[in-house]
Every structure is written in structure tokens, then in C-alpha cells.
Design a protein around this ligand. Structure first.
Ligand code: FAD
Ligand code: NAD
Length: 469
């Protein structure tokens, strides 16, 4: 039995570890239970961080192969060493997960390695990774157990031939062919990695556009065009209905959603990227009568309280977009609610970034969101082909698109496809958070020559006229 804590956190992912650090900083006695053996959860171990390492380095490799001659750079024999390519990823992961462990220690958090289960509403039994069991009692408890890949019915995941993102970040060979089920963010990021390394990738997407929920249709179309140019194939409006991996190649039966005829596709490897689902297995929620919604999410109120008020919940396991930075914001807010009685997350202002090349990033409402809600808007765009820095970089694909209220000029949404879109969206997020108008942005001096000038010019195009286009 461990001494009673002010806060016991189940799950050491972004939601859990950030809450642990924040609570430690607030002078609370905290324990954080994590069963994986390392901290950082999906994001640091098998999600954001390893995927971005592979995306960055596969882009570099692809660029060296295909985009140097026109820059006056002649390269000799270029070879990929897949084992070392993966090692670079592992180095990034282990550096960061160890860093988080250090931060927990620094903030006085007790890190318990094991799987936590509710024994009562205040007592968590932990099956320790090293064997044995302990119990920790919390005045407050935070569920931060995250999510897992949604499996495809009838197609067993082996992480070698039928893989989730976890298999896709650690394949030992470069497959000749790959089918990706689902053209959302995971599907397109992983398709990018393997396509750049030489795999022929086909993305099968049920909807009429790629990018998953939230991506503006105009931007999604532009993205698809650029990814196609890089060698990816797409089958939109097409649903995978069943799969069979008993033969040498994995077979998939697909149905065209809009009147086409059914067909069978096959590939060496199939990536299942049809979404993620909340993870509550083994948590013992049934022991305390906790309710889940129809999608398996823990039900909470606006202060992250479950129906048992001292048990709260944040991150992927509850409502909202499954994003690390959303989990992080909630983690800080929930500790503030516990400690001070108030906290805040602006759910209208959570950016999304897809780390393909070019990157795609957005915040706020899309044009179709506004149309669907019959909200009037004004739109302004600026292409990177008219931006001087993009021109010097020979990197001119993409555009910045802004949506604003026609009466007040208040910014309603920003959508960017282009180089460094993921960094540039921070400016849009800050502008929205402060309730900026597009004229405010247009009148803000931006350094020259920078890609961010495209952001300013898109704002000019929205409030009046761009100068350079
Ligand atoms: P998780 O990170 O899933 O952490 C939950 C932790 O709880 C896990 O470590 C688990 O082992 C532990 N746990 C569960 N049950 C128990 C138990 N009973 N006892 C003890 N421990 C338990 N998001 C972004 O914002 N940007 C990105 O670029 C991005 N890239 C991604 C790429 C991939 C391939 C994937 C899969 C996801 C990506 N995400 C990205 C999403 C991001 O990883 C999640 O939104 C984020 O990890 C959610 O954090 P969390 O703490 O809620 O859950
Ligand atoms: P997603 O929901 O974004 O996309 C899944 C796609 O699969 C959808 O477009 C859906 O229409 C399609 N689909 C579902 N069933 C299908 C079928 N039978 N046949 C064909 N298509 C089908 O989910 P994801 O890409 O798996 O990502 C999961 C979560 O992880 C998301 O919430 C995402 O935000 C998060 N994530 C974020 C990042 C990032 O921020 N860069 C990176 C990776 C993952």
C-alpha cells in the first residue's frame, strides 16, 4: 500500500504525464501509473514522435533522390539503410521518454510501473510490471488511458502484413506494395513514409475526400493532387468490406460507394488506418459503475468530472479530437479545476497538422463547416507560388486560405497547405485565440523574405487585396 495521494493518474501518456507535472508544480502529492514500461504514451512511443522522425528522414531521402539537380547539387550513390533509419527514430523516442521520466522525478511525482485497476472509487490496484501488486489511494483520480487503433473486422492484425500505425513505424523491409485502408491523417502520413522509400501505395478511402474530419475540401483536393504527383494512388468513395490474409498477398474486397462495381485488391502489406477508439480495457470501470458512451468514451462534464465527481478524465479516452496538444491542454485545465476550481480549454481553437509534404494545417472552421451552418463568410487566399521565400526555396506548392466574418472581419478559420504549414498555423491559432480580424493580421509587419508573408498576404486578400498576387 502506497501513502494516500492528492491525485492518482492512470496512464502516463501526454494527458497523464502533463497532468502529473502540473499537479507536482502545484504542490500536490501525485502518483502516475503507467503499464507500458516507458512514459509518453502513444504519442512519444508509437505515435507523433516516431512517425515524425520517419516523415522527416524519408522526405530528406526522397529530396536527395529527386530534388537536387535543379538546385545545382550533384549527389553520388544514395542508399537507404533501413535499420539505421529506424535507429534514428528510436533514438528520438528514447531521448524524449527518458526526458519525461526525469521531469516527473523533478516535480516529485511517484511513477508506478504497472497496470492500474479500480478496486473502489478511491483505491487503484496496480499489477506491477516487475511482479507483485500494490494499492494506491487517491483523493482525486484522473483517467488518462488513451486510445488504440480500431481493428478491421475479420482481418487479424499481425503488425507484419496486416499492420496498424505501430507496425508501420517499424517494418523491417520495404514492401513492394501497400494498401492503406483509410485516407485520414495516419493513413496519409504512413503512406507518405513508405511511398518515399519506394513502396507502391494505394489509399482506399470511404469518403469522397482525403484528410479525415476537419480538413477543408479545397485543401484536401490540392493535397490529393500533390500526393498523387509523388506516386500515391487513391480510390475515393470506396469502402473496404472484407479482407483475407491466408494467401501470399493480403486481399481486400472493396465496394465503390457511388455505383461502381465491387473489386478485389491485393498487396504485400495492408495498413489499417480507419480511426482510433478509446482504451479502457482492464481498468475495472465496471467495479465502480462508470458509464461509457456508445463509442466507448468515458462520459464527463465541462470540468472533466465523471459521474463520480472526484474521478476525472482527459485525453483520447474521452470526447474531442484525438490530438496530443488537445490532451495536454486538458491536462493542465483539469489540474487547475482540482486545485483552484477553474480551468479553460478553447475547443474552437485547436490546430490540426498533417505532416505530409507539403504539410497541411488548419484551425477553426472549414468552408464546408460554415456553408453547412449557413454562416456567412468572406474568403481570401494567397499561393506560395507568389511568395518570395518559397520561390528561393524552389518550394512553391500550396496556399494559405482564410475565412472571416463579412461584417466584423473576425477570423473564423485558417487552412494552409504548403512548406512549414505546421509551424505557420501557430500564428493563425494565436490570432483566433485573441479574436483578431484579418485586417489586424494584414497590418502586422512580417519579416521579409519569409513564408509567413503568405499568411499576411492571405489576410490582406481577405480584408482587401494582396499586394503580390
Ligand atoms: P495515450 O498517449 O494513448 O496514453 C495513454 C497511456 O495510458 C498509454 O501509455 C497506456 O499504456 C496507458 N494505460 C492505459 N491503460 C492503463 C492502465 N490500466 N494502467 C496503466 N496504464 C495504462 N497527435 C498529435 O497531436 N500530433 C501528431 O503528430 C500525432 N501523430 C500520431 C501518429 C500516430 C501514428 C498515432 C497513432 C497517433 C498520433 N497522434 C498525434 C495522436 C496522439 O498520439 C494522441 O492524441 C495522444 O497520444 C493522446 O494522449 P493520451 O495521454 O490521451 O493517450
Ligand atoms: P481518421 O478518422 O482521421 O481517418 C480514418 C479514415 O478511414 C476516415 O476518412 C474514414 O472515412 C476511413 N474509413 C473508415 N472505414 C473505412 C473502410 N472500411 N474503407 C475505407 N475507408 C474507411 O483516423 P486515423 O487516420 O486512423 O487517425 C486516428 C486519430 O489519430 C485521429 O484522431 C488523428 O487526429 C490522430 N492522429 C493525428 C495525427 C496528427 O495530428 N498529425 C497523426 C496521426 C494520428
Amino acid at each position: 500500500m502506497i501513502e494516500e495521494k492528492d491525485l492518482v493518474i492512470i496512464g502516463g501518456g501526454v494527458a497523464g504525464y502533463v497532468a502529473a507535472i502540473k499537479a507536482g508544480q502545484e504542490g500536490m502529492k501525485v502518483a502516475c501509473i503507467e503499464k507500458r514500461g516507458t512514459l509518453g504514451g502513444t504519442c512519444l512511443n508509437v505515435g507523433c514522435i516516431p512517425s515524425k522522425s520517419l516523415l522527416n528522414n524519408s522526405h530528406l531521402y526522397h529530396q536527395i533522390l529527386h530534388d537536387t539537380k535543379n538546385r545545382g547539387i550533384e549527389v553520388g550513390d544514395v542508399k537507404l539503410n533501413l535499420a539505421n533509419f529506424m535507429k534514428a527514430k528510436d533514438t528520438a523516442v528514447s531521448g524524449l521518454t527518458k526526458g519525461v521520466e526525469f521531469l516527473l522525478k523533478k516535480n516529485g511525482v511517484e511513477y508506478i510501473k504497472g497496470a492500474g485497476t479500480f478496486a473502489t472509487e478511491n483505491d487503484i490496484t496496480v499489477a506491477l510490471n516487475d511482479g507483485g501488486e500494490t494499492t494506491v489511494r487517491g483523493k482525486n483520480i484522473l483517467i488518462a488511458t488513451g486510445s488504440e487503433a480500431t481493428p478491421f473486422p475479420g482481418l487479424e492484425i499481425d503488425e507484419k502484413r496486416v499492420i496498424t500505425s505501430t507496425g508501420a513505424i517499424s517494418l523491417e523491409n520495404i514492401p513492394e506494395t501497400m494498401i492503406v485502408i483509410g485516407g485520414g491523417i495516419i493513413g496519409l502520413e504512413m503512406a507518405s513514409v513508405w511511398s518515399r522509400l519506394g513502396t507502391k501505395v494505394t489509399v482506399v478511402e470511404f469518403l469522397g475526400q482525403i484528410g479525415g474530419p476537419g480538413m477543408d475540401t479545397e485543401i484536401a483536393k490540392a493535397t490529393q493532387k500533390l500526393l498523387k504527383k509523388q506516386g500515391m494512388d487513391f480510390k475515393l468513395n470506396t469502402k473496404v468490406v472484407s479482407g483475407d490474409k491466408s494467401g501470399q498477398r493480403v486481399k481486400l474486397d472493396v465496394d465503390a460507394a457511388k455505383g461502381g462495381k465491387p473489386e478485389t485488391l491485393d498487396a504485400d502489406v495492408v495498413l489499417v488506418a480507419i480511426g482510433r477508439r478509446p482504451y479502457t480495457q482492464g481498468l475495472g470501470l465496471e467495479n465502480i459503475g462508470m458509464e461509457l458512451d456508445e463509442r466507448g468514451r468515458v462520459i464527463i462534464d465541462s470540468e472533466y468530472r465523471t459521474k463520480i465527481p472526484h474521478i476525472r478524465c482527459v485525453g483520447d479516452v474521452t470526447f474531442g479530437p484525438m490530438l496530443a496538444h488537445k490532451a495536454e491542454e486538458e491536462a493542465v485545465a483539469v489540474v487547475e479545476y482540482i486545485k483552484k476550481g477553474y480551468g479553460h480549454v478553447n475547443y474552437g481553437c485547436i490546430p490540426s497538422v498533417m505532416y505530409t509534404y507539403p504539410e497541411v494545417a488548419w484551425v477553426g472552421q472549414s468552408e464546408q463547416d460554415l456553408k453547412n451552418q449557413k454562416i456567412p463568410y468572406r474568403v481570401g487566399t494567397f499561393p506560395f507560388s507568389a511568395n518570395s521565400r518559397a520561390k528561393t526555396n524552389l518550394d512553391t506548392d500550396g496556399l494559405v486560405k482564410m475565412l472571416a466574418d463579412p461584417e466584423t472581419d473576425r477570423l473564423l478559420g485558417v487552412h494552409i497547405i504548403g512548406p512549414n504549414a505546421g509551424e505557420m498555423i501557430a500564428e493563425g491559432t494565436l490570432a483566433m485565440e485573441y479574436g483578431a480580424s484579418t485586417e489586424d493580421i494584414a497590418r502586422t509587419c512580417h519579416a521579409h523574405p519569409t513564408l509567413a508573408e503568405a499568411f499576411k498576404e492571405a489576410a490582406m486578400a481577405t480584408s482587401s487585396k494582396a499586394i503580390h498576387f
